[in-house]
Design a binder for this molecule. Sequence first.
Ligand SMILES: [Zn+2]
Ligand SMILES: [Zn+2]
Length: 132
Amino acid sequence: MGVAYTINCKQCSYNQNVSLGIGFNYLDLKSILEWYQQEEGRQQILKYMNEEDTSFECYDGLYVCQQCGYLLNRTFLHITSKDYSYTNNFECPCCHMQMPKKPLLDEIEENFLKCPDCKDEELEIQAYLDWD
Ligand SMILES: [Zn+2]
Ligand SMILES: [Zn+2]
C-alpha cells in the first residue's frame, strides 16, 4: 500500500503532492508492464519477466537532487537476475544532474528536506491519503 503526502514550504509558495510506496499492480513484473512507461525499463521487464531467478523492487519514491534540491516523484525499478541487474535512473529536470540511485520512501518525514525554491525553510510533510 502507498501513502500520499503533501509537501509545502512555510516561507514561499512551493508545494507538491507526492505518492510513495506500492500499489496492487506493482507486485509482479507482468502487471508493472501494463503501466510502466520508460522504454528502457519496459525492455528489461519484457526480457526478465518470464525468467526464473529474477527478483525485483518497484515502488514510487521521491528522488532528491543532490545539486539543486529538486524533488522528483518517480517509480524506482530494480531487477536482479542470476548474473545481471538493472536499475532505472532519472536526471534532474531542473539542473540535469543524475538523480541518486535510490529514492526516499517511508523515511521522507525524517529527512528534513530543504525547500528547492527558497533553499531556506525546511519543508512540511504530511501524509494525507492511503492509496492502494
Ligand atoms: Zn537538480
Ligand atoms: Zn520555500
